[in-house]
Design a protein around this ligand. Structure first.
Ligand code: SF4
Length: 377
């Protein structure tokens, strides 16, 4: 596949918690989220499933799950999930159909669907709690605000909250990710909750708590004072200002690579600064991504191929290596060409060998591996 062009930094009108999270660590990553050609890089299947989960939660939060009984609302939530994931899958990067064939064959499809339905049932309950009042917002107006999103600072700060719990004076965010080993709330999640708390406060709600509920039903919460919420909102606006001050600059000049920033960065395949600076010590945090010159493409079965490659850049050990379990369908997705000896490729997200070896064998991962052609010039 061809690497996408990277955007020149351009003005951004408003900042959301996810743009803030990206921009805190790397302004180039935020610029990609705001202006990059996101259709050019395949989503991880779980990102698609997560988007469908949040779509169902949003419907529930807005009071738009039909049914007079819990069972009817669950059934509606499942149908909403199926419809949304079909829509996302049919618009997805061609790599996903090449790997999975249909939306229902995405790994953990049914698990995500059931979690979406059960979370949606909770959200409908929480956001529309009939007796709850907080600040000037009733339960029903909370639903409307959840649906349309919240703004503050003249529209420069924006976010869509999964649910407002007026009874508990809490903003609630539902996550499909696992909880941290030590439990509770991650630093990035706490920042997001504080921004949501600020947005809710500015829209008439009294908020003093942020709650994360994970799809495995574990829960973490933090107290949030008005000052803490305001400080986080100021930091988000300052990130927006820093991003806009760099308008007109090349993407690479705003990039600040580090293992923390580059882990899960969606534009990593194309980002020159990652490939310039990463080394094998980054792999524990970023995963294994390698760039090198192909020595040979080996047929290993019908449609299954391996590549002998000399690794020169990325978060893998330098030198001769082999990448196994690629398929011709993945390599040729979106008009890609099969690599030939001497061609240069980037292979993103492979499994590291279990033991250190002179000539490591990396294994392609069906959910996350992608292969990119690099211009030899
Ligand atoms: S790969 Fe790293 S340096 Fe490049 S944009 Fe992403 S976070 Fe920034």
């Amino acid at each position: 596949m061809k690497l996408p062009d990277l955007p020149v930094l351009a003005p951004v009108r408003r900042i959301s918690p996810s743009l803030y999270a990206a921009g805190r660590l790397c302004l180039a990553k935020a610029a990609w989220l705001a202006h990059g050609d996101r259709s050019a890089i395949p989503d991880h299947p779980r990102a698609l499933l997560g988007t469908a989960v949040h779509h169902v939660i949003e419907k529930a939060g807005a009071g738009r799950l039909a049914g007079s009984t819990a069972e009817e609302r669950l059934a509606h939530a499942r149908r909403e999930f199926d419809t949304k994931i079909e829509e996302l899958f049919s618009a997805a990067h061609p790599m996903l159909p090449a790997k999975f064939g249909s939306a229902e064959r995405l790994p953990y499809y049914n698990l995500y669907k059931e979690r979406a339905a059960s979370i949606a049932a909770d959200v409908a309950e929480v956001t529309h709690m009939p007796s709850g009042r907080a600040g000037s917002g009733s339960g029903r107006s909370a639903g409307r605000l959840v649906e349309r999103g919240l703004e503050a600072e003249g529209g420069r700060l924006y976010g869509r909250i999964d649910a407002l719990d007026p009874k508990d004076n809490a903003v609630v965010d539902y996550k499909t990710s696992r909880s941290p080993q030590e439990g509770g709330v991650r630093d990035g999640e706490a920042r997001q909750l504080r921004v949501y708390a600020y947005l809710a406060q500015k829209n008439g709600f009294v908020i003093n708590k942020g709650v994360i509920i994970r799809s495995d039903r574990s829960r973490g919460e933090i107290e949030i004072s008005p000052d803490e919420a305001e400080d986080e909102a100021r930091a988000a606006i300052s990130t927006l200002d820093r991003l806009n001050e760099r308008s007109g600059e090349e993407f690479a000049s705003a990039a600040t690579p580090s293992p923390e920033a580059c882990a899960f960065c969606p534009c990593l395949p194309a980002c020159p600064r990652f490939w310039d600076e990463a080394d094998s010590s980054w792999a524990a945090e970023t995963g294994v991504h390698l760039e090198g010159t192909v020595a040979e493409l080996r047929e290993a079965g019908t449609g299954i191929v391996g590549l002998d490659i000399t690794v020169e850049r990325g978060s893998a050990k330098r030198g001769a290596a082999h990448v196994e379990r690629l398929t011709t369908a993945w390599l040729q997705a979106r008009g890609g060409k099969l690599p030939t000896p001497g061609s240069r490729v980037r292979i993103v997200s492979v499994r590291a060998p279990s033991e250190d070896s002179e000539n490591p064998v990396y294994r392609a991962h069906r959910e996350s591996t992608s292969v990119w052609e690099v211009d030899n010039g």
